[in-house]
Design a protein around this ligand. Structure first.
Ligand SMILES: Cc1ncc(COP(=O)(O)O)c(C=O)c1O
Length: 459
């Protein structure tokens, strides 16, 4: 019998052996994978030597780009010193402590404690568990429902996929779990009423949220989850004044605000956190991705005293806080995260984003006149272009035509990797990208857009 390993290319072995996340598994059998072999700066290279500008920083995470030797050094030094230890039952180690202390210092609002985990999903899952634990601690066992928004993305575990408001994360997985309330998506272009400006739209959404809370019973609603800019839902930038209005409603009914900064954290929106960009005061905040520039898996959940106080009491009553992941706060990941945060500070990554962000936003804005482009949106170094069948009427394409995927496929052939979320094409390049590289990325994308338009209009 022929081995799966001998005399086969990486691509052939892949098709035989790998179950791919976020992939049409039938199509994968036909087209096989793109094999990425290495990266440098904002570029990655495939096994045929083609280069690609990574317009999404991998999965919105590789903020420092590829080939950052300081992170390699931090990992190998820690690997030699202490490759594994954990934080269970009163143990600790330097990298985890250093990281938590730094995160508390950087937090956009006063926070009390940091819990370390391995992924964005785990951090959000932990937030959900703490919300239940806290409600029980406070003697409010009915106050446990969670509000999350349409098109939200908070992860893919059973619980966090239930928060996520995207159909493909739930369909056929028997999700969502009960106890999740769906609030409206704050996308003005799509859901604003005719003549309604952004601020009025935000006011209406806050009023609708209040009506939902009253209908459910405020004594049953524990928390509201939100990404500052919704990422995987299509890079949706909140309308003017949205978060302060939402937060005022939550405050009225003693509902916690959990801010998912997994994409927005560490400079993506132009401030260190999306919470600062959009005037949000989180009670709990999750971070991942840019925390280690994606070099190693790590995430964190920050909680304020309102959350931490009751949790401590409950653990004292029970005798243990019975939650923790083997790899939560892994010393090598934590050492790389600490080094990443040092680099952000030393190189003043926020000033760099302030300098080059306008090149991305203006470059995208220049595409507004393109016949396929309905809306362009973004902030800092994150943005999206929404493709439409009819610009004036804002008519979307029939989703089954996969126009977003078509354009992204053409962009890849022209040397830029982007991501289609439906018919919105997302941009979130490494934060270290230069203005020239932004121009080149947009030039390659523009060629793809023109080619797609030519084909679609029969040209
Ligand atoms: C906003 C947000 N939250 C949570 C997650 C889940 O993170 P992970 O894939 O590390 O579990 C993601 C992943 O893209 C995300 O974008």
């Amino acid at each position: 019998m022929e081995s799966r390993l001998t005399n086969r290319t990486t691509a052939e072995k892949d098709v035989d052996s790998v179950l791919h996340p976020y992939t049409n598994l039938v199509r994968h059998q036909d087209i096989g994978p793109l094999v990425i072999t290495h990266g440098k700066g904002v570029r990655v290279f495939d096994d045929k030597g083609n280069d690609y500008i990574e317009g999404l920083a991998g999965l919105w995470c590789t903020s420092l780009g590829w080939g950052e030797e300081r992170l390699v050094e931090a990992a190998s030094a820690q690997m030699r010193r202490l490759p594994f230890y954990h934080l269970f039952s009163h143990k600790t180690h330097d990298p985890a402590v250093e990281l938590c202390a730094r995160l508390l210092e950087m937090a956009p609002v006063p926070m009390s404690k940091v819990f370390l985990a391995g992924s964005g999903s785990e951090a959000n899952d932990t937030a959900l568990k703490l919300i239940a634990y806290r409600a029980n601690a406070l003697g409010l066992p009915a106050k446990k429902k969670i509000i999350a928004r349409d098109k939200a993305y908070h992860g893919v575990t059973v619980a966090t996929a239930s928060l996520t408001g995207l159909v493909n994360n739930q369909r056929s997985f028997d999700l969502p779990l009960p106890g999740i309330i769906r609030a409206a998506c704050p996308h003005h272009y799509r859901f604003g009423k005719p003549g309604e400006n952004e601020e009025d739209f935000a006011t209406r959404l806050a009023e609708e949220l209040e009506a939902q809370i009253l209908a459910e019973g405020p004594d049953t609603v524990a928390a509201f989850f939100a990404e500052p800019v919704m990422g995987a839902g299509g890079v949706i930038v909140p309308p003017v004044g949205y978060f302060p209005k939402i937060q005022a409603v939550l405050d009225r009914y003693d509902i916690l605000l959990v801010v998912d900064e997994v994409i927005c954290g560490f400079g993506r929106t132009g401030q260190m956190f999306g919470s600062t960009t959009f005037a949000i005061r989180p009670d709990m905040m999750t971070v991942a991705k840019g925390l280690s520039s994606g070099y190693l898996p790590i995430s964190a959940l920050l909680v304020n005293e309102r959350v931490y106080g009751p949790v401590v009491e409950e653990s004292g009553r029970i005798g243990v806080f019975g939650h923790g992941y083997t790899y939560g706060g892994h010393p090598v990941s934590a050492a790389v995260a600490v080094e990443t945060l040092k680099i952000y500070a030393e190189r003043d990554i926020l000033s760099h984003v302030a300098k080059v962000g306008p090149a991305l936003q203006q470059g995208l804005a220049a595409l507004r006149g393109h016949p396929l482009v309905g809306e362009v949106r973004g902030v800092g170094l994150i943005g999206a272009v929404e493709l439409v069948a009819d610009k004036t009427a804002r008519t979307p394409f029939d989703p089954s035509r996969g126009i977003g995927a078509l354009v992204v496929g053409k962009a890849q052939a022209k040397g830029v990797i982007l991501r289609a979320m439906g018919d919105s094409v997302a941009f979130a390049p490494p934060l270290v990208i230069s203005e020239d590289e932004i121009a080149e990325m947009l030039r390659r994308f523009g060629l793809a857009l023109d080619e797609a338009h030519g084909e679609l209009s029969g040209g």
